[in-house]
Design a protein around this ligand. Structure first.
Ligand code: 5AD
Ligand code: SF4
Length: 469
């Protein structure tokens, strides 16, 4: 299943960054929409561009290249990109008036899905590049600088990861003590609401040696916590160093051996691919954090069938029982879609029921949005927005209540915290709990990168306050 989406974010700041190549003249501004995989991809593109002489900047006005790394998962995501392109077009025109060039590139899932349509709708765009061809970016840019309009959305035959440069150690260190690492990409599940199999292509697992080498590099740069990414991350498989076929559970054990890597996570999983070995990893591997994002989407078997999820609500609940038997303190997270075509009030109530049965630590809720080209878009029984809105609110209220309950249950407990960065207020640092909440501690509690035990003294809306245990 897909990864969680976040609001957009700009990748990196201009501080301490130097391109590997000689001239520091050119600058790139990257804006990232969507899921964690896009955040990871933006970093890899930034690394490839650094090798090509582009220094990253977080000031769009000084950019020679503006790159939007886009998300296509829901309607609004693509619309936001088009309105952003409108603003950037004006900037480009202004710059042209001053005799300076500015290239505009669109990457990511909107690029893959819309292709040449983007240049038709936003003619100021110079290049459109899909997720499977990022390693060709320097080449594409050279052509774009020559005045060509380029749409590069083939599924490349070569392995892009082999051709993308690794970040330099200083860059890894600058990015912080937590990192993403894509181990699997694409999806063969074809849930009827989802555009991902069309934008990210079919399921591909990266080889063990490549993943281990990248994780080692991250650890050498000071990374303490790695989140393995994949649209269907628990479908990852590969031939291990011992010549045997490995699944994600085995891979996690291997990565836990890397000196410095203290915490591991993976996201996002499909319930059908939670095998015994992975469940055992939750029991036997202390480095594997007790938090699992396992989307179910709906609690109604009829809707699950229409969604082509290939499991029932009962299958999902039974799976969670097995996971909790392996790791009692695991916090469950999930994704839900309300208002899928044909969803009745009774179907929706089945979802509320499932949420009550599970008791989530956190969860993400979405209104169904028909995606062109997916079977769901063609189905009968699309629901009015007002019905979707009302269901979303009810589900959200229940989930908020569960989230609140989970967070307050931590007060008074001693938990491990990875100190991540300086706090917003002077005298504070911010850490990360095993369940992903920010933990506010005194700045003297430890150095960035330390993992310390703290006692939770109180809560904010979605954060924890703590003192050294
Ligand atoms: N409409 C609404 N939500 C969707 N998601 C995926 N496709 C759609 C869609 N067409 C949600 C799913 C998925 C999450 C990343 O986004 O819940 O797990
Ligand atoms: Fe990530 Fe693409 Fe899915 Fe958006 S559509 S969440 S960018 S995989």
């Amino acid at each position: 299943m897909e990864l969680n989406t976040i609001e957009s974010q700009d990748v990196g700041t201009a501080t301490e960054r130097q391109p590997a190549a000689a001239s520091a003249a050119k600058k790139v501004f990257v804006k990232t929409y969507g899921c964690q995989m896009n955040v990871y991809d933006s970093q890899r593109m930034t690394d490839a561009l650094a090798a090509d002489g582009y220094a990253p900047t977080d000031v769009i006005d000084e950019a020679d290249l503006v790159l939007l790394n886009t998300c296509h998962i829901r309607e609004k995501a693509a619309e936001k990109v088009y309105s952003e392109l409108g603003r950037i077009r004006e900037l480009k025109a202004e710059r042209a008036g001053q005799g300076r060039d500015m290239l505009i590139g669109v990457a990511g899932c909107v690029a893959q899905a819309e292709g040449v349509e983007i240049i038709r709708r936003a003619p100021a765009v110079d290049l459109v590049i899909g997720p499977q061809t990022y390693h060709r970016l320097p080449d594409v840019l050279a052509r774009a600088r020559g005045g060509e309009k380029i749409v590069e959305t083939d599924y490349a035959v070569e392995d892009k990861f082999e051709h993308l440069p690794q970040p330099r150690r200083a860059e890894v260190a600058r990015r912080g003590v937590t990192a993403f690492l894509t181990v699997q990409e694409g999806c063969d599940k074809f849930c009827t609401f989802c555009v991902v199999p069309y934008t990210r292509g079919s399921e591909v697992s990266r080889p063990v040696a490549q993943i281990v080498a990248e994780a080692e590099r991250l650890a050498e740069g000071g990374v303490r916590e790695v989140t393995l990414l994949g649209q269907n991350v628990n479908a990852w498989h590969g031939v291990g160093e011992n010549g045997e076929e490995w699944g994600l559970g085995r891979l996690l054990f291997r990565l836990a051996e890397i000196p410095g890597l203290a915490r591991l996570r993976y996201t996002t999983s499909h319930p059908r691919d939670m095998d015994d070995e992975l469940i055992s990893a939750h029991r036997d591997l202390p480095a594997l954090m007790p938090y699992l994002h396992l989307p179910v989407q709906s609690g109604s078997d009829r809707i699950l069938k229409a969604m082509n999820r290939r499991h029932t609500a009962r299958d999902y609940l039974a799976l969670i029982d097995r996971i909790r038997a392996a790791r009692a303190d695991i916090a469950m997270s999930g994704d839900f879609i309300v208002g899928f075509p044909g969803e009745t009030e009774a179907d929706f109530e089945a979802t509320l029921h499932l949420v009550r049965e599970v008791g989530y630590g956190s969860a993400f809720t979405f209104k169904y949005s028909p995606r062109p080209g997916t079977p769901g878009a063609e189905m009968e029984g699309h629901l009015p927005e007002a019905v979707k809105d009302e269901r979303l609110q009810r589900l959200q209220a229940l989930i908020n209540e569960q989230q609140r309950h989970f967070i307050t249950s931590l007060v008074g407990r001693t938990i491990s915290t990875l100190i991540e960065k300086p706090g917003r207020r002077p005298g504070q640092k911010v850490g990360r709990s095993p369940w992903l909440q920010p933990v506010i501690v005194d700045e003297k509690a430890g150095e960035i990168g330390d993992i310390i035990d703290v006692r939770i003294t109180g809560t904010g809306p979605n954060s924890l306050f703590a003192e050294t245990a």
